[in-house]
Unconditional design. Structure first.
Length: 134
């Protein structure tokens, strides 16, 4: 390995570690502040937001891909959100194995209330780390 390769590798590793640290700090801040004020964790908020942005109900599999959770982890999360009255599940009429998820009125209300705090935490946590033009 040349000195240049070693220097480039060190930069890559440093950038990777910085990315991980920023992600962890942002995730912890989101979890803490969303939980304290709205009873939501970061993943709860992400699911509510994806459902709020969707033009129609989303299949659990499609939602799992969007929020980067396994289907089993997402199913547990959806179960908690459904129990809290924030989402609704329905069976797919065409494919009885499929399950659709929609945002309830209470879920939309909680999402809309939590959204400004979410954006505030992102702005605070990611300040100075945005790419040029972003």
């Amino acid at each position: 390995m040349s000195v240049q390769d070693s220097a480039e590798t060190a930069v890559l590793v440093s950038e990777w570690r910085d990315l991980l640290a920023r992600h962890a700090a942002t995730a912890c801040a989101l979890d803490r502040e969303l939980s304290e004020r709205f009873g939501l964790c970061m993943s709860d908020f992400e699911v509510l937001e994806r459902l709020a942005e969707a033009a129609e109900a989303l299949r659990v599999q499609e939602l799992a891909e969007k929020v980067h959770l396994s289907q089993s982890a997402l199913s547990r999360l959806i179960g908690r959100l459904e129990k809290a009255g924030l989402v609704q599940r329905a069976m797919c009429e065409a494919d009885r194995r499929g399950i659709y998820v929609t945002l309830s009125a209470a879920g939309d209300e909680r999402y809309q209330a939590a959204r400004p705090l979410h954006r505030e935490v992102l702005a605070r946590s990611l300040a100075g780390h945005r790419p040029a033009g972003g």
